[in-house]
Design a protein around this ligand. Structure first.
Ligand code: NAD
Length: 250
């Protein structure tokens, strides 16, 4: 679907892979010029090449979202390259599946990327959007932003925090033309889940985690991100949209 984003500028973090790549491609396919951002330069550059090969416009900006100065430079790039910022998908995130998140370093890293990263992005993006009096921000949380899991304190706490930040931003800027929403994916087939899904037995477990009996596709999350940014969602703000094949319906 084309959301009619001609002339608009979109920024996506964690766009070198998975959900972020799908949303960057989706924004471009709807006509937006896209700032593709990631710490993974190879993945990010590939996303830019995919967008350009399809006739879209995009540039890559390396950015570690947990670093304030890099996030400032990222948003400044949107303004210098394309003249402003209409949409932001704050999507970069990590899931320390194999690590103990009660370890100090792992905990700090989870907070830095998953939660502080979203706050830093919102802080810089909102400044540009408020000046223009318009904009839409979508943060990637998770179903673990709404329900717990017994294995990952860092992931669960940071993803709940992202939903909190989303509601805060929505209320803070509700009368200034800036909407803030979150997407809460269930299990999706991306770089994050690839190490587990590579094992056929584990793949069966992942598929069986949703009532639909399969993992989600990155495009199925991206389409919700695009809709939330579009004028079709003009009265939607502060919402945490679950996209999980029914996993949290049980
Ligand atoms: P992915 O690993 O394919 O993509 C994540 C991207 O973020 C990677 O390209 C990575 O290089 C980048 N990244 C990591 N740390 C970064 C940092 N400090 N700064 C900038 N970029 C960084 O995984 P994905 O599944 O596409 O993840 C995207 C988002 O979706 C994450 O926030 C994740 O928590 C969330 N999510 C994923 C699933 C799932 O099942 N895949 C489910 C719920 C939520």
């Amino acid at each position: 679907m084309n959301y009619g984003f001609d002339g608009k500028v979109a920024l996506v973090t964690g766009a070198g892979s998975g959900i972020g790549r799908a949303s960057a491609i989706g924004f471009a396919a709807s006509g937006a010029r896209v700032i593709v951002s990631d710490v993974n330069e190879t993945g990010g550059t590939e996303t830019v090449e995919m967008i350009r090969a399809a006739g879209g416009a995009a540039v890559f900006q390396n950015c570690d979202v947990s670093e304030a100065d890099q996030v400032k430079a990222l948003v400044a790039r949107a303004v210098s390259e394309y003249g402003g910022l209409d949409f932001a998908h704050n999507n970069a995130g990590i899931n320390s599946m194999m690590a103990n998140e009660y370890d100090d370093d792992v905990w700090a890293k989870s907070l830095g990327v998953n939660l502080t990263g979203v706050m830093l992005c919102m802080r810089e993006e909102s400044e540009v959007m408020l000046k223009a009096g318009k904009g839409a921000i979508v943060n990637t949380s998770s179903i673990n932003g709404l329900v717990g899991n017994g294995a990952q304190p860092g992931y669960v706490a940071t993803k709940h925090g992202v939903v909190g930040l989303t509601r805060h931003g929505a209320l803070r800027w509700a009368q200034q033309g800036v909407r803030v929403n979150a997407v809460c994916p269930g299990v999706v087939e991306t770089g994050m889940t690839a190490p587990l899904a590579a094992n056929p037995e584990m793949r069966k477990v992942l598929d069986s985690m949703t009532p639909m009996g399969r993992m989600g596709r990155p495009e199925e999350i991206a389409s919700a991100v695009l809709w939330l940014c579009s004028d079709q969602a003009s009265f939607v703000t502060g919402h945490a949209l679950v996209i999980d094949g029914g996993a949290t319906a049980v």
